[in-house]
Design a protein around this ligand. Structure first.
Ligand code: HEC
Length: 242
């Protein structure tokens, strides 16, 4: 083997690991998976928001919101939001199964007659779905609804350090594009992970509970956060473990 051939082989050998671990490929896949899952998470939660008045209707028994119908509505909302039907991989299926299970478990509560407000809210549904999904994914992925630290109501939803940093230093920074997700390869719970976080803002419908005056009790008996229209009020955070 002459020197230039040897040199070329050495270069080729050195390049192999670079090609095999090329960050571009799996990074793009992780971004696409995250977009799909956060869109599906929101599409599912939206079924609960648009049906809140029905859920709170004390005159009606069966609300028709069983697992199957909520999954069907979530898929329709997904299609509308994403502009294409959901292509269901393992994680998407785990999320839809979680939605279905959480709704099945809530039937007795939401179908009660003679009770108006039942405390079955989008954020509570979202927390339960997130917990079930993360459980089903057995440590390979987890999702969570969190919020800026000063606005967190349920301590279980507190941002971790990475989420806190992105919320305070990116989402709240001047000129940060509204609604733009932030993602990078980082750590979650001490493990290597692709992390993705999507900001959400208070709309008019949120302020009855999260608005002003700060400290006043809302319908749930919790204290209002003092949030204002259009303000950053939450974030959906997803981790894909490596
Ligand atoms: C009927 C009252 C009510 C309304 C309306 C409401 N929320 Fe909440 N929200 C709550 C309660 C109660 C919790 C705590 C849920 C839990 O236990 O996980 C919560 C939790 C949250 C969380 C999770 C972080 C935390 O604080 O624990 C976010 C984010 C959030 N709400 C955003 C919103 C947004 C955005 C809207 C409007 C689209 C909205 N909420 C409408 C009552 C409400």
């Amino acid at each position: 083997m002459n020197t230039s051939k040897l040199f070329r082989s050495l270069v080729a050998l050195t390049l192999i690991p670079l090609v095999l671990t090329a960050p571009g490929v799996s990074f793009a896949d992780d971004v696409a998976t995250s977009e799909s899952l956060t869109t599906l998470f929101r599409a599912s939660r939206k079924v609960i928001s648009v049906n809140q008045a029905l859920i709170n209707d004390e005159a009606k028994g069966d609300k028709g919101l069983d697992g199957k119908s909520v999954v069907a509505m979530a898929k329709a909302n997904y299609k509308e939001a994403a502009g294409k039907p959901l292509s269901a991989g393992k994680a998407q299926k785990a999320m839809l199964d979680s939605v279905s299970e959480i709704m099945s478990e809530a039937q007795e509560l939401i179908n009660q007659e003679g009770v108006g407000f039942k405390g079955f809210l989008p954020a509570i549904f979202a927390r339960r779905v997130a917990g079930r999904f993360s459980q089903k994914m057995q440590g390979s992925m987890s999702i969570k609804l969190t919020a800026p630290k000063k606005y967190v109501r349920n301590r279980a939803n507190r941002p971790d350090k990475w989420e806190y940093d992105v919320i305070e230093n990116k989402f709240k920074s001047e000129g940060y594009e509204n609604g733009k997700p932030f993602y990078e390869v980082s750590k979650s719970k001490g493990k290597d992970a692709f992390r993705y976080i999507l900001p959400e803002y208070y709309g008019e419908s949120c302020l009855g509970c999260h608005g002003t005056p700060k400290g006043e009790l809302d319908i749930t008996g919790g204290k209002k956060e003092g949030g204002v229209l259009g303000e950053l009020g939450g974030a959906i955070s997803l981790a894909i473990f490596k």
